[in-house]
Unconditional design. Structure first.
Length: 328
């Protein structure tokens, strides 16, 4: 029940549009009948994953966005006598995918929950579109994908995918993505009437992903959503996430322990120290978009994994003290 409340609180949908595709006259979120633009493919089953049929000019998505989407300033967190986070400063630009990487217990999930408005910081502030995180949550601007799928056992796959559209309807925008189109996109059309107990773990997580995207939220916060999956399914899920995010220009804050996952989906990776967590490094992932599975076999991909591993090991040997500034 706690997991249900966890993501139910951050049910969201977009209102208005500020993503880069609109500047060129074609908004893949707003003009497409199903809210998916030209997203195609999917290697979950028999089909190969391929990215959306759109071109992303910049190697770093969000690089041409003048506005900060998420601003984290001086955020700290204490649980009694235990310091979880020392002052953290970080800017996430519109359309960027930023991954938080760090040792276990360093405060990654705590930071994500503070951004989502599910946890109060001890000091500091978080703004989303210049509003506090609680206002962004009430306006359904933020989608949340927790570690566990948290599907309601008495609802079918389709009903679970629609759930957050049905909750707090007054905050919905006029146009919401087509849930059935999303289920088709992730290979679950034939399971739309199935119940959670009839699904594998990977299938349940795909439903959770559809539930988040079905809101059309411009901000998506993800807390190790693929951690419990086998390696093949986990790889498929990161390919799918990249293919869904790119045409929508979704701003994503992602928590993971997986180095390949961090490199593949991210524009920047923020490395935290051991508890209390602080930013010890920020690695720009200057790989081309759209991201395709074969990218993982390139020397550039392995080089970035090595760089992140060294940063992670160095950060694990540090205790967070003092300020740390996250570069925009």
């Amino acid at each position: 029940m706690y997991a249900f409340q966890h993501w139910l609180e951050v049910a969201s949908t977009h209102s208005g549009c500020s993503h880069r595709a609109c500047a060129g006259g074609t908004c893949y979120r707003c003009t497409s009948p199903n809210g998916l633009g030209n997203v195609t493919g999917g290697r979950l089953g028999s089909q190969p994953v391929r990215s959306a049929d759109v071109t992303v000019d910049a190697t770093k998505r969000g690089a041409d966005q003048p506005l900060a989407a998420i601003e984290i300033r001086g955020v700290t967190k204490r649980f009694g006598d235990v310091a979880a986070l020392t002052p953290v400063d970080l800017t996430i630009r519109q359309g960027q995918v930023v991954t938080i990487l760090g040792p276990s217990g360093c405060g990654k999930t705590t930071l994500l929950r503070i951004v989502a408005g599910l946890e109060a910081s001890t000091s500091g502030s978080v703004t989303i579109d210049s509003n506090d995180s609680h206002t962004a949550r009430r306006r359904k601007r933020v989608g949340f994908v927790p570690q566990a799928p948290a599907l309601l056992p008495w609802r079918t796959v389709e009903a679970n995918a629609r759930l957050l559209q049905d909750v707090n309807r007054y905050a919905n925008s006029g146009r919401l993505p087509d849930v059935l189109a999303l289920l088709e996109r992730v290979g679950l059309t034939s399971f739309r009437d199935a119940y959670p107990h009839e699904l594998s773990g990977g299938m349940q997580q795909r439903v959770a992903l559809v539930r988040a995207f079905a809101l059309g939220a411009p901000y998506l916060l993800m807390d190790e959503p693929f951690a419990a999956l086998d390696e093949i399914t986990r790889a498929d899920m990161r390919y799918l996430l990249a293919a869904l995010c790119e045409p929508l220009n979704t701003t994503v804050m992602f928590v993971t322990h997986s180095l390949p996952e961090a490199v593949f989906i991210s524009d920047r990776v923020v490395v935290l120290s051991s508890r209390p967590g602080r930013v010890v490094d920020i690695v720009d992932v200057e790989l081309p978009h759209p991201r395709l599975p074969e990218l993982e076999d390139t020397p550039e991909f392995f080089s970035l994994i090595t760089k992140l591993r060294h940063a992670l090991i160095a950060g694990a040997g540090e205790q967070g003290t003092g300020n740390a500034e996250g570069r925009p």
